[in-house]
Ligand binder design. Structure first.
Ligand code: TYM
Length: 332
């Protein structure tokens, strides 16, 4: 089992990333060889500030280590320091089809009405994402629900590349989506995912928020006046309530129905303070570790450098196979 996944280093790590992906990353360190990276090459698909991007990359590395990613056990690095990602993206661009990329909902969402003005990188983004996982023959890719479509594309690209070249160059990766927290929604709108690009900071809980900020955001989270039912089926038409119960269950690492068994019949006046306490108890140690590490640029840079060297060595033979399969290196 080889686990590979990435996160964009723009903005703070929030509860959606943590419960949708990072919590799984931490657990998967006990189950297989893991490579985790900061997707800084992906970040340039949108307008960025160079100083913010390099600071954000270090900060996100600190946040991942604070969350439990152990750089002695996992390979932790940023994409830009491993040129093979960009190289393989180009090799895969001969295989990926315009029609496939045209169907990607993230491009539609992020380019909005201004498709002509969107960057080429925003359109080709999923091909880089395919390169990220195929470069290492990843078998499992832990992501939130919103990345599933990109992972399916990576499988399509791998399959077509292998068929077209008559080789078995790439392993087909499996998306690995945790059951309870695949989709954490905004605290202000149960139909929008919790996201770092939401203009309202009240919509998300950031890993760096202090206890008061967390309690306030949960107190003000949108809900309804009804009491909680005894099973999740009773929340089918109540997206905001469902989201808060999902968050509680994911933080407590239990089943949402088990949470409702404790809170059935109670209202949000009881549920919200309990959720706030639980959130603070999970995030407080992470936030303390993060604050201790985030300004230690020397340590963070040396971790990322060592990780990049390891990742480059792991990916090199697979990249060479891809060149060979296309007739770009002798030996075929
Ligand atoms: P990114 O940086 O947007 O998010 C990182 C991870 O967090 C998950 N996530 C969520 N899960 C549940 N609820 C939410 N509200 C929520 N918001 C974010 C995402 O699903 C993701 O797993 N393109 C990717 C980064 C990437 C990548 C890769 C991932 C680049 N290359 C290769 C896997 C494999 C992205 O922008 O994720």
């Amino acid at each position: 089992m080889r686990v590979v996944s990435g996160i964009q280093p723009t903005g703070n790590l929030h509860l959606g990333n943590y419960l949708g992906a990072i919590q799984n990353w931490v657990k998967m360190q006990d189950e297989g060889e893991c490579l985790f990276f900061l997707a800084d090459l992906h970040a340039i698909s949108m307008p960025i500030d160079a100083a913010e991007l390099s600071a954000g990359t270090r900060e996100m590395a600190a946040a991942l280590i604070a969350s439990g990613i152990d750089p002695d056990r996992s390979t932790l690095f940023n994409q830009a320091r491993v040129p093979a990602h960009a190289e393989l993206q180009w090799l895969l661009s001969g295989t990926a089809r315009m029609g496939w990329l045209n169907r990607m909902t993230q491009f539609k969402d992020k380019s909005g009405k201004n498709k002509e003005g969107a960057s080429i990188a925003l359109f080709a983004y999923p091909v880089l994402q395919a390169a990220d996982v195929l470069l290492y023959n990843a078998t499992h890719v832990p992501v939130g629900e919103d990345q599933k479509q990109h992972l399916e594309l990576a499988r399509d690209i791998a399959e077509k590349f292998n068929t077209d070249t008559g080789t078995e160059t790439f392993v087909l990766p499996e998306p690995y989506i945790g059951a309870t927290a695949a989709r954490i929604m905004s605290l202000r709108d149960g139909s929008a995912k919790m996201s770092k690009s939401d203009v309202s900071d009240m919509s998300r809980i950031n890993l760096a928020d202090d206890a008061d900020a967390i309690a306030k955001k949960i107190r003000k989270a949108r809900t309804d006046p009804d009491p909680l039912p005894d099973t999740m089926d009773g929340l089918a038409e109540r997206p905001e309530a469902r989201n808060l119960v999902t968050i509680y269950a994911a933080l407590a690492e239990t089943d949402p129905d088990a949470v409702l068994a404790d809170f059935a019949g109670k209202g949000f006046g009881d549920f919200k303070p309990a959720l706030a306490d639980l959130t603070v108890s999970v995030l407080e140690p992470i936030s303390a570790n993060f604050n201790a590490l985030k300004d230690d640029a020397t340590t963070l840079d040396s971790i990322l450098q060592a990780g990049a060297e390891k990742a480059a060595a792991t990916g090199a033979p697979i990249l060479a196979d891809a060149y060979r399969a296309l007739g770009l290196l002798s030996g075929r």
